[in-house]
Design a protein around this ligand. Structure first.
Ligand SMILES: Nc1ncnc2c1ncn2[C@@H]1O[C@H](COP(=O)(O)OP(=O)(O)OP(=O)(O)O)[C@@H](O)[C@H]1O
Ligand SMILES: [Mg+2]
Length: 235
């Protein structure tokens, strides 16, 4: 992958983002600084509306900052074209969304395969093998042929985790990945992420309210009034 040695995987300095409301701009993120290194597990906390999803969307190249330095996996996002951003997301980022975002007309296996096939690194046969390997890792080998509507919330979330991790991205961005799950299933998802992190060496940037995830993180931050504050997790 493109980032080597001790270079940070994420380098953010002086990041600003606001949203226009009428003729005013409501600031969301203000002068935000953050560095994340390869293999780190970083948790972001913050009350509803504090800007957690906004931050993940900026780092993942889904949304654009108003100003500031935003280097992710060796790519300077502010200068990137839409085509560059699409390639950046495909090659570097594994997203786990709170709402899973599985394609309803594809089976669990096909959802994972589809994420691999767009990378063009994996042919059909290889994509199938890896999809099955990662569905097995999330404990869903026997549900590979099921459609999302036939899976429970926790099972859909596990497919979403398998989909994000199967292409072994250097950076996984997860937005409340256990927000809709009971605490036991949530604990399984955290264990799974930590296991897969050890296996692949990916960095994780995770938004969550789950104290268990915060207690397992290398570093924890809270977004307060648009700024990022280092936080000591309480468990
Ligand atoms: N596309 C948008 N247009 C206008 N305002 C937006 C937009 N997206 C987010 N906001 C505003 O930005 C602020 C931060 O939103 P964001 O979704 O990042 O919060 P959050 O911390 O993820 O909250 P939650 O915990 O509820 O998911 C909110 O006040 C929200 O209303
Ligand atoms: Mg959010």
């Amino acid at each position: 992958m493109s980032s080597a040695g001790n270079n940070p995987l994420i380098r953010i300095a002086g990041l600003h983002k606001g949203y226009r409301s009428g003729n005013r701009v409501l600031p969301v993120l203000q002068d935000l600084d953050l560095e994340v290194h390869p293999g780190e597990f970083v948790v972001i906390l913050g009350i509803s509306g504090s800007g957690k999803t906004t931050l993940l969307n900026l780092i993942g190249g889904i949304d654009r900052a108003d100003r500031g330095t935003l280097g992710v996996c060796g790519v300077s996002l502010p200068g990137a074209s839409e085509t560059d951003l699409a390639r950046f997301r495909r090659d570097h980022i594994g997203f786990v969304f709170q709402s899973y975002n599985l394609l309803p007309t594809l089976t669990a296996r096909e959802n994972v395969e589809a994420a691999l096939e767009v990378t063009r690194i994996y042919g059909r046969r290889m994509a199938r093998l890896r999809a099955d390997e990662f569905l097995t890792a999330v404990g869903l080998a026997d549900k590979a042929a099921a459609f999302p509507a036939e899976l429970s919330g926790g099972e859909q979330q596990r497919v979403a985790v398998a989909r994000a991790l199967a292409k072994e991205p250097p950076l996984v961005l997860a937005d409340e990945p256990t927000g809709n799950l009971d605490s036991e299933t949530g604990a399984e998802i955290w264990d799974l992420m930590h296991r897969l992190r050890r296996k692949s060496g990916a960095a994780f940037l995770v938004v969550t309210h789950d104290p268990r995830a915060a207690s397992l993180a290398d570093r924890v931050f809270t977004i307060v009034k648009g700024y990022l504050q280092p936080t000591t997790p309480v468990d």
